[in-house]
Design a protein around this ligand. Structure first.
Ligand code: GMT
Length: 381
């Protein structure tokens, strides 16, 4: 198949999922065209069967708000015609599904009158936050209803979309995935990085996110503070975003700043994840929690909140631990129990990887997308 993929190219779970799906599809012989305003961060440049088309947005003095969605729709239609594409797959509804809808209409009314079906994958904040804004809700609902196929990354998100948006079309759940050949614990790499990040044999906790309020970064610091008081440990913070300075300030106030390492945004995270013993994900809400899944594949035990779709990913007591949102004491207690029992820590790390492989391995999930695309194409002739 010849498939166009559109996503947010910067740091964020939906862009990562879209990029890695495109790479898997390309390896399976499909021709993949990424269309976005920048090259997706995890795309490595020259890769067989992968093309990248940049969207240029004109900036006229009249435009206080350059119309990216229109430029995107135009580029989508151009690329579809030039490369004779079969299908578009857009990740994150706003504005991508609206642009895909416009592109489909433009192509249908062109001289060749062809139909270019599009699939929309809902990721979370496009529904739970952005889509609930009155100024976006009607158009988001419309573009979802107009999609030729809709998927959601968890049952939680499917149910919430159906309930809140009252959309009539069927939403299929296809979980996010992880490439377990890439995300794994390599003892040699771990030993080398431990010398760098925990030179005195400390335990290592990690958090990975875009540091938005929904991630509750200050809870990460609160949990770490409780752990740090009891066992020698360090905290790696991967990512960046609006709550960074408040978290830095809290770490200073608590006197733990020297053991909290802000690593910034990272293109490749698997080595840095694998160096940790435990991952903290105390989010207010996660429709899935890709970061926890990536940690699990690296044998790093996630300690997370029982929020949104997270319980579909982490089985409490087996592949990680779940607590209520804001319950930093319980999350710290789970971390301490594990860090004080090396055998249990390693055993749960292995169970976490087994769960990731069994249910979310990318080779399995990519087949579900292929099958879904085929059904959409059959319906669209
Ligand atoms: O909220 C974010 O962190 C960004 C957002 C995104 O689109 O990148 O994340 C959402 O999509 C991820 C990939 O499918 C999911 O793993 C996250 O759980 C989801 N975030 C929320 O639901 C808050």
């Amino acid at each position: 198949m010849k498939i166009a993929i559109t996503c947010y190219p910067t740091y964020g779970g939906s862009g990562v999922v879209a990029t890695e799906l495109g790479q898997e599809l390309a390896q399976r012989g499909h021709e993949i065209h990424f269309i976005s305003y920048a090259q997706p961060i995890r795309l490595r440049g020259e890769e067989p069967n992968i093309h990248y088309h940049e969207v240029e947005v004109s900036r006229y003095p009249l435009f206080d708000y350059p119309p990216y969605d229109l430029a995107l729709a135009t580029r989508m239609a151009e690329v579809a015609q030039l490369y004779d594409l079969d299908l578009q797959h857009v990740h994150y509804a706003i504005p991508h599904s609206v642009s895909a809808l416009l592109a489909r209409q433009m192509l249908a009314s062109g001289s060749r009158g062809r139909r270019l079906p599009f699939v929309t994958t809902l990721h979370g904040t496009d529904i739970t936050l952005v889509g609930l804004d009155r100024s976006y809700l009607p158009i988001t609902r419309y573009s979802i209803e107009q999609s030729d196929g809709v998927t959601a990354i968890s049952n939680y998100l499917r149910d919430r979309t159906q309930r809140v948006f009252d959309v009539k079309n069927r939403i299929e759940v296809i979980y996010n995935s992880v490439n377990c050949d890439v995300y794994k614990r390599d003892p040699e790499v771990v030993a080398k990085l431990r010398e760098e990040y925990a030179p005195n044999g400390q335990h290592v906790l990690v958090h990975l996110s875009n540091f938005r309020p929904v991630k509750r970064l200050t809870d990460v610091i609160e949990i770490f503070d409780r752990v740090h008081k009891q066992v020698p440990s360090r905290l790696l913070l991967i990512g960046d975003g609006p709550d960074r300075s408040v978290a830095e300030w809290l770490a200073v106030q608590k006197g733990i700043h020297d053991d909290v390492l802000f690593l910034g945004k990272q293109d490749q995270i698997y080595d840095k994840l694998a160096v940790a013993d435990v991952m903290l994900m105390p989010s207010e809400l996660e429709s899935f929690g890709l970061a926890a899944l990536e940690a699990m594949a690296c044998e790093v035990v996630p300690i997370a909140t029982r929020a949104g779709g997270v319980p579909e990913v982490i089985e409490h007591g087996q592949s990680g631990f779940l607590a209520d949102v804001g319950d930093v004491d319980t999350m710290a207690r789970y971390a301490l129990e594990l860090l004080r029992d090396e055998k249990r820590l390693r055993q749960m790390g292995k169970q976490a990887r087994e769960a990731a492989k069994a249910r979310f391995c990318s080779t399995k999930i990519v087949k579900q997308y292929e099958d879904f695309y085929r059904r959409v194409l059959e319906r669209s002739v």
